[in-house]
Design a protein around this ligand. Structure first.
Ligand code: CA
Length: 353
């Protein structure tokens, strides 16, 4: 007869798990969770492990993958001034990117003359240059290049200043090893996967969002297998009579046509622009040598000077956009919201190469 030991040791991998609260954590023993500074939140590994959640706030450092960086007093709002910093140390030398998911992100927006984040700011330092952002960015993400090997830590800082404001943030910090297939391409502050999706500039909101100044970054869409092109269309704007879902330059309190190109003329995009590599309007009958444009700005989304919005196609690979704004808005540029675009990748069979 077999006798089962009372002291059978059950081992399980420290994989990801979903905690009872809805947050994600790492499966481990109660003892290990406590020792690493986490808090147990439900069971995992068929009840043998506990889902250990790492949540931390101002002045701390973390090397735990999947840490949540929250405001002081979270889940209550924080209405105070100061600097709240998290130091992110690599959990392993093979980590080379940090993904930030803004599960909650509401801090004071930019000033309303030039749309500069000069009260509240979210700043990333220690990695590649990342533009400072502010306002409402819930649902957005960023990828930070953390370099190869045990480099200096990346620091995430919320600076809060100015008048009273009910601030709330919860940033999920995911460490990405270089060798994984879910790593973002180089030079992409934002990286989207999937055949279709939606891209928004930071602090975009059709009602009251303001395009942020001093932005300069790449937005990448992973080329899915057997797709050779990508189409972009301004998102439906369900709150304004005239769509504000692509308002980058001009006074968007009045109708503004699409502007294109990099010249210095009134219908060019010298200061603020979204760069769509060799974009052309869909449905346009092309001459033998198809004309295409790169920079697009103004208050209408089109690859041609037009008051009529259009879907824009780009077949330049890899699929990538660049967004640039300077530090000036008024008096020429007023009330611009930035952009929200829906994208759909186009199959190679649609005569695309
Ligand atoms: Ca500007």
């Amino acid at each position: 007869m077999r006798v089962l030991s009372l002291f059978t040791v059950v081992t399980f991998p420290n994989g990801g798990c979903a905690g009872a609260s809805g947050d994600n954590g790492t499966c481990m023993t109660a003892r290990e969770c406590t020792a690493r500074g986490g808090s147990a939140n439900g069971y995992c590994a068929n009840g043998f492990g506990l889902c250990c959640i790492f949540m931390t706030s101002c002045g701390s450092s973390t090397s735990e993958n999947g840490t949540y960086f929250v405001n002081s007093g979270y889940p209550s709002v924080y209405d105070g001034t100061g600097s709240c910093e998290l130091t992110v140390i690599k959990s392993h030398p093979d980590v080379c990117q940090i993904r930030l998911d803004f599960n909650r992100f509401s801090i004071a927006g930019p000033e309303q003359m030039h749309n500069v984040c000069n009260q509240d700011q979210f700043i990333v330092s220690g990695g590649n240059p990342v533009p400072a952002i502010c306002g409402n960015n819930q649902g957005s993400h960023m990828y930070i290049d953390a370099g190869i090997g045990m480099t200096n830590p990346v620091k995430l800082t919320f600076v809060t200043s100015g008048p009273t404001f009910e601030r709330l943030w919860k940033v999920k910090v995911t460490q990405i090893p270089c060798s994984t297939i879910y790593k973002a391409d180089e030079g992409c502050l934002q990286y989207y996967t999937g055949v279709s999706g939606q891209l928004r500039s930071f602090n975009y909101d059709p009602v009251s969002g303001l395009q942020l100044s001093n932005q300069d970054y790449g937005i990448c869409v992973r080329m899915e297998r057997n797709f050779c092109g990508i189409q972009y269309t301004a998102c439906p704007d369900t709150v304004n009579n005239r769509s504000r879902s692509f308002t980058i330059s001009g006074n968007s309190n009045t109708p503004v046509n699409a502007m294109i190109g990099s010249g210095a003329g009134p219908n060019n995009c010298a200061n603020d622009w979204l760069l769509v590599p060799c974009g052309t309007n869909v449905g346009r009958i092309q001459p033998a040598q198809a004309l295409c444009t790169d920079r697009i700005c103004g208050g209408t989304f089109s690859a041609e000077l037009s008051m009529q919005a259009s879907t824009v196609l780009s077949t330049v690979k890899p699929f990538r956009l660049w967004f640039h704004t300077d530090n000036i808005e008024a008096p020429v540029d007023v009330g611009n919201r930035g952009f929200c675009l829906n994208y759909v990748q186009q199959p190679c069979t649609n005569n695309l190469v």
